[in-house]
Design a protein around this ligand. Structure first.
Ligand SMILES: NC(=O)NC(NC(N)=O)C(=O)[O-]
Length: 314
């Protein structure tokens, strides 16, 4: 079975997640919980509020109760697993944690979210200091928010909430949309190589700020070519592709082609076409029937910053 960590982190700040409320954040800010990247630590960096930690850290509690933080998922969906990472918190980690989830439609205030009915998805579990804890989640519900409870207080470096994206696409009814976008339910299901950075990046929101925020493969030393496959938000007709090589200056692919997949049927959407480095290309695609997946071939290797596949759901 593939580990749940291979699924997108629905809470990630780069995917639109937000820590909307917390009981306390005296020592270190709650926003760090969903920051991309590994937590870092520099010893003996004492500020006015104590040692500086890359995480969320509450004060030493002198009253009954426990601390908590509420995260709005950037990508609502079905949660398959949660990672609670206490990296670098050694004398100040919480001994126990639990996680709850809820689904609130629209654009609720933090108060409205807190008042919603919550479902426990990770029961109260023992934690260790400076450790990544992986908890599988069996709940099949679609959720928009999670609440991390720590008992009674302390610091957590990162909270990762991996799962399957289940967007509400009702606002797009009758309109075109990016069928590849992670936020719309697209998913990279396979790729030839992800040596330097994950192919999931090509369907992430926004622009890549640097090379590592896109997809980059190792230098190929054989006669083949690198590729990735995107499962679209649904079966649909793709009309316009954006192939963005921004930030790939000396390692952009020489060319790209796009193939639509629908069951056994394979259809060329874009024949092999030359690319320029550091350029957001737009290509109108050959008319073709609906497809469920698109294979992006790059020649011979390199990577891409973003791939957008605009069209309509069939
Ligand atoms: N940020 C802190 O200073 N935290 C704590 N102290 C040290 N030294 O890390 C603590 O929990 O009292």
């Amino acid at each position: 079975m593939t580990p749940f960590t291979s699924l997108p982190d629905l809470a990630l700040r780069a995917y639109g997640g937000s820590v909307v409320a917390a009981s306390d954040e005296s020592f270190a800010e709650k926003e760090s919980l969903i920051r991309p990247g590994r937590p870092v630590f520099r010893p003996e960096t004492f500020g006015n509020k104590g040692q500086v930690y890359d995480g969320w850290e509450t004060r030493r509690r002198r009253t009954p109760g426990h601390d908590w933080a509420v995260v709005r998922l950037g990508l609502p969906g079905v949660i398959r697993g949660v990672v609670i990472d206490t990296a670098w918190f050694k004398g100040n980690y919480p001994p126990y944690a639990s996680v709850e989830a809820t689904a609130v439609s629209g654009h609720p205030s933090p108060e409205e979210v807190l008042a919603a009915p919550w479902t426990e998805i990770v029961p109260r579990s023992a934690l260790k200091g400076d450790t990544e804890h992986h908890f599988e989640v069996a709940d099949e519900g679609r959720h928009t928010h999670v609440r991390l409870n720590i008992h009674p207080d302390g610091g957590v470096a990162r909270l990762r909430v991996h799962g399957e994206v289940r967007p509400d696409l009702s606002a797009y009814e009758g309109l075109g949309l990016d069928l590849a976008a992670l936020a719309n339910g697209g998913l990279v299901t396979d790729c030839s190589d992800e040596f330097y950075s994950t192919p999931e990046n090509v369907i992430a929101p926004g622009l890549a700020r640097h090379q590592a925020e896109g997809w980059e493969t190792a230098r190929r030393r054989d006669r083949g070519n690198d590729w990735l496959v995107i499962r679209l938000a649904g079966r649909g007709i793709v009309r316009l592709a954006e192939i963005d090589t921004t930030n790939l200056l000396f390692n952009a692919p020489g060319a790209v082609s796009l193939t639509g997949l629908d069951g056994e049927r394979e259809v060329t959407l874009l024949p092999r076409t030359r690319l320029q480095p550091d350029t957001p290309h737009r290509f109108r695609l050959d008319p073709a029937g609906p497809v469920t997946h698109v294979r992006v071939d790059i020649y011979p290797d390199g990577g891409l910053a973003r791939v957008r596949l605009h069209g309509h759901l069939a």
